[in-house]
Design a protein around this ligand. Structure first.
Ligand code: TYD
Ligand code: MG
Length: 475
């Protein structure tokens, strides 16, 4: 068989070249030339490695297409199931991204072990040997009842050649295929090395074709670069049905599994896990976990209620101001957006008269969480102001509200969900923006304190707390 021909195509202007060029001679852009396979015949007759598996497509009247809700295969890991939208859709392809070492392989192996009780699972690894995976599996399953037997339906193989992997799939006929990771697999017909843009793109397209034509569910792991992009092309995210990110602070135990794209469910859904000795353990009540180590009545701490997908989460926001030693005052956010922090600091300076220009400001979201919701503005502002004045924010109060440049407070969405969650966790009151229109009555479980502006809100938040002793207790 003749070797498949490849060519280099500029992704900006479409210029074709036989060899790689760092700069496109036509449009002048750098690093836009990407290797592609040349299909000698029309694509329909081209010989792709998965052709052997595919049936022919057949147009049908819409009425005859079975349109029941997709049958989902339930996933025993509740938090995982929630992020997927209620189970695995057969024939779907899911990308699990995240920084190296965050726990992607661990999560996938746990999924494989759990699913293999009812389904056939093929776990292909290009990163670790079968022995290493076995050792990890032993570690994950060692419980109080000693070593339970390994599920016979979980097959392991170390392989990076995609054609060989597809052969294994043909022979073993799994229900679920896991590929760890997309950056290690390659097609021999492409000249470029594994992990390159063209390899990642071609391999994931073929895996997608496999999923669609055979009904096998495919999970691919992808590493994320420092800049937070899945290494390889963004197109990878377009090829797959669902993109999940496993994120969290490497030095913290909590891991968030977030869906950023989902053709079969809600996006921005979040599952919370904790990395323990024996793998990732679900955290079913994350708010409680995030607040567990809080120092009540310490200045510089405020409780925000953010929405992660459809789920409200209570998190502690800490602020610290400290006189600037030399030069410019620094603003160091951890878990909140830098520009958002600058804006909040500016509003506090201009509307509250706080002299923050001579202060370094540190803001930290406890638990390694990232909040990118304006609804947390008020609690960030309160944490900073509280540290600056050395007065604690009322411990039994949550603060919800978006901050405007004039110092006014705006109502974020999903207020009822947020307030109910706060009530459930034992908070007594909530400081919220003043309602200008009549809406659903506020929940009864909580005292609702409405404030028009940041001044009002902070006066209310820091009232009463001056005399109380400082102590380490949990809310
Ligand atoms: P891993 O799944 O290999 O990360 P990735 O595939 O995303 O690169 O996880 C690596 C980290 O997880 C490693 O630092 C050790 C830790 N870990 C635990 O804490 N407990 C466990 O049970 C396992 C299997 C791993
Ligand atoms: Mg790994």
């Amino acid at each position: 068989m003749a070797k498949t021909q490849t060519r280099y195509v500029c992704q900006q202007c479409g210029r074709v070249s036989a060899s790689y060029m760092g700069r496109c001679p036509q449009c002048g852009e750098y690093n836009t030339m990407i290797e592609e396979i040349v299909h000698a015949e029309p694509v329909t007759k081209g010989k792709s490695a998965v052709r052997g598996l595919t049936g022919r497509s057949q147009p049908r009247p819409i009425g005859e297409v079975s349109g029941d809700k997709e049958d989902r295969v339930p996933v025993p890991i509740g938090e995982f199931s929630r992020v997927l939208g209620g189970g695995i859709v057969p024939g779907s392809i899911v990308l699990v991204g995240g920084d190296p070492g965050i726990g992607k392989s661990t999560l996938m192996l746990q999924l494989a072990l759990d699913m293999a009780t009812g389904q056939r699972v093929l776990y292909v690894s290009g990163e670790e040997s079968e022995r290493q995976i076995k050792m990890r599996a032993t570690r994950l399953t060692t419980g109080t009842d000693g070593h339970p037997p390994m599920p016979p339906n979980l097959l392991l193989v170390t392989e990076t050649n995609l054609e060989t992997i597809l052969n294994h799939v043909r022979e073993t006929q799994p229900d679920l295929l896991i590929v760890d990771s997309i950056q290690t697999v390659y097609l021999s017909e492409l000249d470029s090395s594994a992990g390159s843009v063209s390899q990642v793109r071609e391999c994931s397209s073929q895996l997608r074709e496999l999923a669609k034509s055979s009904g096998i569910s495919v999970f691919v792991i992808g590493h994320v670069t420092k800049e937070g992009q899945i290494a390889g092309p963004r197109v990878l995210e377009h090829i797959v049905d669902t993109v999940l990110y496993l994120e969290g602070d490497r030095f913290q135990a909590y891991r968030l599994l977030r869906s950023v794209k989902n053709r079969f469910g809600a996006t921005a859904e979040v599952g919370v896990f904790e990395m323990r000795e024996r793998g990732l353990v679900e955290v079913t009540n994350p708010s409680e976990a995030f607040l567990a180590e809080r120092m009540v009545n310490a200045p510089g701490s405020a409780i925000a209620v953010t929405m992660e997908g459809t789920r409200p989460l209570l998190v502690e926001v800490q602020g610290l101001t400290s006189p600037t030693q030399f030069g410019n005052a620094r603003r160091t956010p951890n878990g909140v957006d830098y520009n958002r922090l600058l804006m909040i600091a500016a509003v506090l300076t201009r509307r509250m008269g706080l002299r923050l220009a001579e202060q370094d400001i540190f803001v930290n979201v406890v638990g390694g969480l990232k909040i990118d919701e304006p609804a947390a503005d008020l609690s960030i502002a309160a944490a900073i102001a509280s540290s600056m004045r050395d007065v604690a924010v009322r411990a039994d109060t949550v603060l919800i509200g978006e901050l405007g440049l004039a110092g006014e407070l705006r109502m974020p969405g999903q207020m009822m969900l947020r307030l109910r969650e706060a009530g459930k966790l034992g908070f007594k009151s909530a400081i919220v923006p003043k309602r200008l229109r009549q809406g659903e009555p506020w929940p009864k479980t909580l005292e609702i304190i409405e404030a028009r502006s940041i001044q009002q809100a902070l006066e209310l938040a820091m009232a009463l707390e001056r005399q109380k002793p400082q102590g380490r207790e949990t809310a």
